[in-house]
Design a protein around this ligand. Structure first.
Ligand code: NAI
Length: 303
């Protein structure tokens, strides 16, 4: 198997000043990519900003012999998205890969969530990914080549208490991935998403020491590198990834039924038949917590 290299390729990684984004940036740079390290440099809740986060990662990459440039624009506005893509063009002349990774949290039970918490989270995760993807996608279409990887979450795909804003945004990214996969197909553009679990500042105090020790952010980046590579064979897919365990998450439909008597009462009595899933080799997690338990078991089995 030959190394999957990125020589001559240019990658934008949003929110790459720490956590998962930093690891993706280091991994792609190690494999020869020229990397635009974008990060607003704020706190987990999105407050504040600082240029030093992105610069630190650029310095790390440069010290290892790689090529990188910093960018501090916010993904959360159309102007910010344009500026990020323009920064990659200015620094390196093209864009081959975009990793939508920037993110914040404003958790609260839905009945107590005020509209600023809804707007801030949807602006960064869902609109932010669209604002950066759109100018990048346009360039990729023109050049007939591109790779986009967005960061979804089990929170939205399976559900998690206190994350209505975040979960809705993250589930939206799975939809965006499907649509861009279809729209990009004729233009050499492949678009996929990951739903990671990793020990970062965002999950501090949530994962527990045992699981946290097994799910380093570094363990997510090989999947990102594969999906970002020219040889990536899939598009429109979403993968769960944690500590080296990777599984596909998909939206499917049961065989369904056609009711002669299409009434609410008949639906009530046929519910089990409508819901019946015939394929055996998959599991539908009932929540993020349920999925995390499965991942922890899978990882425990290999230690
Ligand atoms: P993190 O907080 O270390 O990284 C997020 C980065 O995004 C930060 O460096 C932050 O400054 C940057 N950022 C925030 N708002 C921005 C904006 N408007 N413009 C540019 N940059 C901005 O957390 P982590 O865990 O590395 O998160 C990375 C991504 O992975 C996020 O999208 C997160 O929602 C997602 N994720 C993480 C999981 C985990 O287990 N750590 C689970 C599921 C998803």
């Amino acid at each position: 198997m030959s190394d999957l290299r990125f020589d001559g390729r240019v990658a934008i990684i949003t929110g790459a000043g720490g956590g998962l984004g930093r690891c993706h940036a280091l991994e792609l740079a190690r494999r020869g990519a020229q990397v635009l390290v974008n990060d607003l440099g704020g706190a987990v809740d999105g407050s504040g900003s600082s240029a030093s986060a992105a610069q630190r990662v650029v310095d790390e990459i440069t010290a290892l012999g790689g090529i990188a440039a910093p960018n501090h624009d916010s993904v959360a506005t159309p102007q910010g998205g344009q500026a990020i893509v323009q920064a990659a063009i200015d620094a390196f002349g093209r864009v081959d890969v975009l990793v939508n990774n920037a993110g914040i949290l404003r958790d609260k039970a839905f009945h107590k969530m005020d509209h600023t918490m809804i707007d801030a989270v949807i602006d960064v995760h869902l609109k932010g990914a669209m604002y950066v993807s759109q100018p990048a996608f346009t360039l990729m279409r023109e050049q007939g080549y591109g790779r986009i990887i967005s960061t979804s979450s089990a929170s939205g795909l399976f559900g998690n208490f206190g994350q209505a804003n975040y979960g809705a945004a993250k589930a939206g990214l799975a939809g965006l991935t499907r649509v861009l996969g279809i729209e990009g197909a004729a233009h050499g553009i492949k678009v996929n998403a990951i739903a990671p679990i990793a020990a970062t500042r965002m999950t501090q105090d949530i994962l527990g020491d045992q699981l946290a020790a097994k799910v380093s952010p570094e363990s997510v980046s090989p999947l990102v590198a594969y999906l970002a590579h020219e040889e990536c064979a899939v598009t429109g897919h979403v993968y769960s990834v944690a500590g080296g365990r990777i599984a596909r998450i998909f939206v499917a439909e049961t065989s369904g039924i056609v009711l002669a008597d299409n009434t609410a009462e008949a639906i009530q009595s046929h519910l089990a038949q409508m819901d019946k899933m015939d394929v055996e080799d998959y599991y539908e997690p009932s929540s993020l917590e349920d999925q995390t338990t499965i991942i922890a078991k899978a990882l425990a089995a290999v230690s």
